[in-house]
Write a protein of this length. Structure first.
Lengths: 309, 298
């Protein structure tokens, strides 16, 4: 009888085991919800975005290279006019230009914070960068509209709206992200690299330029690509300063548009299920795919950097 | 030029670049505050917005922003805590966990516009929530979850493994160790992350344009019954937030004092962001001191 009781109590799940299972299931459920959301995003956006090509039979190549965006109308051959090239050029234009402008500043600030004066860096620059990250994008857009656009208009002529204004706004927006990731990359360089270089008689700048920056190149490129991914997906701030003209931009100060700006402006004005709506979802799909591409590039760079070590 | 001179030149350049960044931030903050604060009066903060005439306020928008923030944090805090605990404490080291981590990373790199459109399609249309606070809160949750999860996981990982071993040695189950030992030890980091996440949500607009909507119907602040259509608490009414309001009056609004209203609204938005930032620092440090007795966070 007694043995049976002991046997039963040993075979039964203890309170702690039940607790454990409860916790595991509860937290696993949270993960499952997040994963469902990710899959749902891809499923829904892809099913809507691909409808342009499968249901409305738009040629993918024509979609990517066409220069006329006017989904409600058709051209002489009866094909719908959904050429996304102006937006694609606009998006990549602001993204690359912003990255080109931001990179030297980001590297400079990061080098200052890790190599020249870590104390001032931590006390002053670190909070400054954190605050810059925190400023909402509509506020950047508003400042772009009331400061950058008039400035560009006065200095370079034109209306002031265009890729150049978008570049300035995005430059400030991605600067903190790129800087803080570059700092991490520089901090990952082992200290004895620097000591070895200094011991050979190199000056501080020679050490930075010939050793530290070379050793952290892959990390810095990762930071820049990550910043570009951010810039590519930024919507409202760019939309407010770029001018929203669906034309192939001929120069940096003529009004242009980006994928995100067309989406924010157009989605409310089209009816679900129509071609003009589906075409917008195709743009959204493009926006969904690009971060993946940027992600792959980052991974490639990280792998290469790891092999050099 | 000798190397030594180059060194001087380069150092000066680096100082200039760092100084430039500080000047940019100072300019941004001062510009917003100087051009915005004169417009911030009690009437402006609590008044109703106008769609045509000058002199509108931002009362409802401000309330909407706060309500939306609370609602979305109510959903995302438990979810991200659970997910972060799973990833840090339970997840085995295998390809599946790697895949999960990658998917969360991808979710965090998606543009907020795409998240907003997804919310529009699924919450507003398929789930028939329409332009409502609820679909806005859900979209913001999607937008915020990956970063919060990452923050929770990092904070939990930073807790030394001996603390867990001490828990197991006392005969606690893993779940009990997590809830009673690890999570409390990681709380300062988690709290900082949550407050910063709240700041991000407060300023987000792109994800809300097509989920919470761009209009703010009049509210009856005397009736707090959530099922009443004009009740401030009704989660199914459409709600323009402060950030969306700034975007809207600048891009398609026709009110004559758009720049004044958006300057004032930007100033309020920035003040809230600063508040969140300092709160995160203050409460994180205070909690850390309280829990450890150390004076500075390492």
């Amino acid at each position: 009888m007694k043995n049976d009781e002991i046997r039963a109590s040993l075979l039964k799940r203890s309170r702690a085991t039940k607790n454990e299972r409860f916790g595991k299931i509860l937290t696993g459920l949270c993960i499952a919800i997040i994963l469902t959301v990710v899959l749902a995003i891809f499923y829904f956006v892809a099913s809507k975005g691909l409808a342009t090509f499968f249901k409305d039979k738009v040629n993918l190549w024509k979609f990517l290279t066409g220069t006329v965006w006017n989904p409600g109308t058709t051209d002489a051959q009866g094909n719908p006019q959904v050429g996304a090239l102006p937006m694609i050029v606009g998006s990549f234009g602001v993204t690359f230009l912003a990255a080109i402008v931001a990179t030297p500043f980001a590297i400079g600030a990061a080098v200052f914070m890790t190599e020249i004066s870590p104390k001032v860096g931590k006390k002053v620059l670190q909070p400054v960068i954190e605050l810059l990250v925190g400023i909402p994008s509509v506020v950047y857009g508003f400042i772009g509209l009331s400061v950058v656009v008039p400035f560009v208009r006065r200095t370079f002529g034109g209306s002031g709206f265009g890729i150049l204004s978008g570049t300035f706004v995005l430059f400030v927006m991605i600067l903190p992200t790129v800087t803080s990731m570059t700092i991490d990359a520089l901090n990952a360089v082992p200290r004895n690299y620097r000591e070895a270089s200094l011991a050979l008689g190199a000056t501080r700048w020679q050490t930075i330029y010939k050793v530290v920056l070379r050793a952290s190149t892959s990390g810095i490129i990762t930071a820049v690509v990550f910043g570009m991914s951010r810039a590519f997906g930024e919507a409202l701030a760019v939309q407010m300063v770029i001018g929203n003209a669906m034309l192939l931009p001929s120069n940096l100060i003529s009004p242009a548009s980006t994928l995100t700006s067309v989406l924010t402006m157009g989605m409310g004005n089209s009816v679900m299920g129509t071609l003009s709506n589906n075409a917008l979802w195709s743009l959204a799909l493009l926006l969904l795919i690009m971060p993946l591409v940027f992600n792959l590039i980052i991974r490639r760079i990280a792998k290469k950097g790891a092999m050099h070590r | 030029m000798t190397p030594r001179k180059w060194d001087k030149v380069a150092t000066t350049m680096l100082y200039l670049i760092s100084g430039f960044i500080i000047v940019v931030l100072a300019f941004l903050l001062l510009y917003i505050l100087i051009s915005g604060l004169p417009h911030v009066t009690w009437k402006f903060i609590t008044g109703r917005s106008s769609s045509f005439a000058a002199g509108g306020g931002i009362g409802i928008q401000l309330f909407n922003s706060l309500y939306l923030l609370i609602l979305s944090m109510l959903i995302s805090i438990p979810l991200s805590l659970g997910a972060g605990i799973y990833l840090s404490e339970y997840a085995p080291k295998n390809w599946l966990t790697d895949l999960i981590r990658n998917m969360i990373e991808i979710l965090s790199s998606l543009p907020s516009v795409v998240v907003g459109l997804f919310g529009f399609l699924v919450f507003s249309i398929n789930m028939k929530l329409g332009f409502s606070i609820l679909s806005g809160a859900l979209a913001l949750t999607v937008f915020n979850l990956p970063l919060l999860t990452r923050k929770v996981e990092d904070s939990l990982q930073a807790v030394h493994y001996t603390q867990r071993e001490a828990g197991y040695a006392l005969g606690l189950s893993r779940w009990e160790t997590v809830t009673h030992v690890v999570v409390p030890a990681a709380l300062p980091g988690i709290l900082t992350g949550m407050i910063l996440g709240a700041g991000r949500v407060f300023g987000e607009a792109a994800a809300l344009i097509y989920t919470a909507g761009q209009s703010s119907p009049p509210l009856d602040f005397s009736n707090w019954n959530p099922t009443y259509i004009a009740s401030p608490l009704n989660p199914l009414r459409s709600a323009e937030t402060l950030a969306v309001h700034i975007w809207k009056i600048n891009s398609e609004g026709i009110i004559p004092d758009a720049s004044a209203v958006s300057a004032g609204s930007s100033a309020i938005l920035i003040l809230f962001v600063l508040l969140f930032n300092f709160a995160a620092r203050y409460f994180g440090n205070k909690l850390y001191r309280h829990l450890t007795g150390a004076r500075e966070r390492g």
